[in-house]
Design a protein around this ligand. Structure first.
Ligand code: GAR
Length: 187
């Protein structure tokens, strides 16, 4: 399975996918990292692993359609089958969605539909929730919406700080994203 990973930031989920031996053994081929932030740490993580990087900034285009069309032009010759969003902080429009219908997967650090959008972990913490979670889903045109593939609960403890909670959420993400992709591969 030939995939492109889209990311905007640190890239810890990118690493979890790229370094998973079971995924490699099952035939996952990460052909490309698409990144919309020129200084994102994920870029070096891809280069270190000899994964092709395409940095593409929305501000270089007059609109989102042309921005996404440039991405499509990059993906097409690589014969990308699936797109895995791993901390890609842009809403995807119909331009990309129509080309890859049912083949774009996102990970989000909350139990969707709760806490969609930005700062999901902090907002769950600030609201004194007893639990939050991680959701992996196919995307549609909304913000963090679309059919859910897998959702897991992450407890919030009385002595948590935002940092300890963040670490627990990320640990769950790094566990289940490779598992979900492996299930997809084995289908
Ligand atoms: C992850 O927590 C991911 O769930 C979140 O961004 C973080 C990226 O971390 N994605 C979203 O909020 C999407 N709406 P990473 O760059 O270390 O993988």
């Amino acid at each position: 399975m030939r995939v492109a990973i889209f990311a905007s930031g640190n890239g810890t989920n990118f690493e979890a996918l790229a370094d998973d031996q079971k995924l490699k053994d099952a035939g996952l081929e990460i052909e490309l990292l698409v990144c919309d932030q020129v200084n994102a740490p994920v870029i070096d993580k891809a280069k270190k692993r000899n994964i092709l990087v395409y940095v593409n900034s929305l501000k270089d285009y007059p609109d989102r359609h042309l921005y996404e069309q440039a991405i499509i032009d990059k993906l097409a010759p690589l014969k990308i089958e699936y797109i895995l969003l791993a901390g890609y902080m842009k809403v995807v429009t119909t331009t990309l969605l129509s080309k890859y219908a049912g083949r774009i997967i996102n990970i989000h650090p909350s139990k969707l539909p709760k806490y969609s959008g930005l700062d999901s972990i902090e907002r769950a913490f600030d609201a004194h929730e007893k639990e939050t979670g991680v959701t992996i889903h196919y995307i549609d045109e909304g913000v963090d919406t679309g059919p859910i593939i897998r959702q897991e609960t992450v407890p919030i403890f009385a002595d948590d700080t935002v940092e300890t909670l963040e670490a627990r959420v990320h640990e769950k993400e790094h566990q289940i994203y490779p598992e979900v992709v492996l299930e997809l591969l084995n289908k």
